[in-house]
Design a protein around this ligand. Structure first.
Ligand SMILES: NC(=O)c1ccc[n+]([C@@H]2O[C@H](COP(=O)([O-])OP(=O)(O)OC[C@H]3O[C@@H](n4cnc5c(N)ncnc54)[C@H](OP(=O)(O)O)[C@@H]3O)[C@@H](O)[C@H]2O)c1
Length: 365
């Protein structure tokens, strides 16, 4: 049995604790909070045996093997370093840290200490993502040329919340854009150029942003993120022979559609007369599209066991049981690559976070 501790008692902590219930070989041993009342309440609701009134007490608990860090982005570096220094394995929420330099520090320490460490990019471990990788590796859509991904949620504009608060590492890119960037890196690799634009709000964080990744082989990825509006929350990967749609919700997808392009890529300069008749009638147009899709679009649905968070946790358990210090599916160099892209884009719109460049010893209470 691998014993888990959770730092934080907010949304992600609760979802993860629930997900852990369906993980083989895992037990949730303790929760740590800045306040005794929150720790007790969380422990009571989720049947957690130990409730600590500080993060440091949980980290010092000798019975805990691995700590899941579910606190605001600005605390990820300090808490990860603290856990690793105490000999604990770490699963840290996305974004892994505030920037690439902080990620490097955490990764270096984990490697020096031969301890397991991973970014909690849960999307990557969901069952349907296996289908996505297989279809792309088998070249079912031919050579990938373009990826578009858009994620957005209309979040209540509260300057103190972790979404908008600059001191907590807020902003659309680090909160939502990171999913699209991570997907692009997973499927296309490391880009050769990053271009970013953003709209900064009154608190100074990016409330909407758009990032374009260019690849040496001429591929492109366009990622948008918004805290102001509901996005399509899906991704489309387009290749020379077809396209693959990862349906909403992109953060935790369960449905994909593969569409083969059988010669329809080229628009004939002299379209036949029946085409122009169809295009004038909405009913005929819909019927034509439906008939056209039959046999050409294949949809796959993969339902979850548990609430979805269990898959990343199961991967951690699998790695710990087999003595691995990194996951092959979510390697630390991949996380560092994502952090570099986030830095690059953020620099282009002039957003920095307070204290992000300080390299002091971790500050944990
Ligand atoms: N994988 C996912 O689907 C997913 C979803 C949401 C969020 N996340 C990530 O998970 C992390 C936490 O997000 P969340 O939505 O769970 O946030 P949240 O609901 O605001 O909870 C964050 C928790 O962190 C602790 N905390 C420590 N310092 C804090 C501070 N200065 N201000 C506020 N809270 C503080 C609090 O717990 P105590 O008071 O008990 O100490 C709080 O409950 C973020 O890094 C986010 O990017 C991931």
């Amino acid at each position: 049995m691998i014993s888990w501790g959770i730092l934080g008692t907010g949304y992600a902590a609760g979802r993860f604790a629930d997900g852990l219930k369906s993980v083989r070989g895992a037990r949730l041993m303790a929760v740590g909070s800045r306040r005794q009342s929150s720790a007790r309440q969380f422990a009571g609701l989720l049947a957690v045996p130990r409730a600590y009134a500080s993060y440091s007490e949980l980290i010092r608990d000798k019975d805990i093997d691995v700590v899941y860090i579910a606190t605001p982005n600005s605390s990820h570096r300090d808490l990860s370093l603290y856990c690793l220094n105490a000999g604990k394995a770490v699963l840290c929420e996305k974004p892994f840290t505030l920037n690439h330099a902080q990620a490097r520090e955490v990764v270096d320490l984990a490697r020096r200490k031969h301890l397991f460490c991973m970014e909690a990019m849960w999307t990557r471990f969901l069952p349907v993502m296996r289908d996505v990788r297989k279809l792309i590796d088998n070249r079912d859509i031919g050579d990938v040329q373009l990826l578009i991904a858009g994620i957005g949620h209309a979040v209540h504009a509260d300057a103190q919340s972790r979404f908008f608060n600059r001191a907590l590492g807020g902003g659309a890119l680090l909160d939502l854009g990171v999913y699209g960037i991570s997907l692009a890196c997973h499927l296309l690799g490391e880009p050769s150029r990053v271009t970013g634009r953003a709209i900064l709000g009154p608190t100074g964080v990016d409330e909407q942003c758009s990032v374009i990744l260019e690849y040496a082989k001429g591929q492109l990825a366009a990622i948008t993120a918004s805290l102001r509006t509901q996005g399509p929350n899906e991704a489309v990967v387009m290749g020379t022979n077809g396209r693959l749609r990862i349906h909403e919700p992109l953060i935790c997808p369960y449905r994909i559609s593969l569409e083969k392009l059988q010669g329809q890529t080229v628009q004939s300069p002299s379209a036949p007369r029946w085409r122009s008749i169809i295009s004038r009638s909405a009913v005929l147009r819909r019927l034509w599209l439906a008939l056209n899709a039959v046999g050409r679009v294949k949809t796959t649905v993969r339902s979850f066991r548990g609430n979805g968070y269990n898959y990343e946790a199961q991967e951690v358990v699998r790695c710990l049981e087999s003595g691995k210090t990194e996951s092959e599916l979510m390697p630390l160099d991949g996380t560092i690559g994502v952090m570099k892209i986030l830095d690059d884009a953020r620099q282009q719109w002039g957003l920095s976070y307070p204290g992000e460049h300080c390299q002091m010893s971790p500050n944990v209470n």
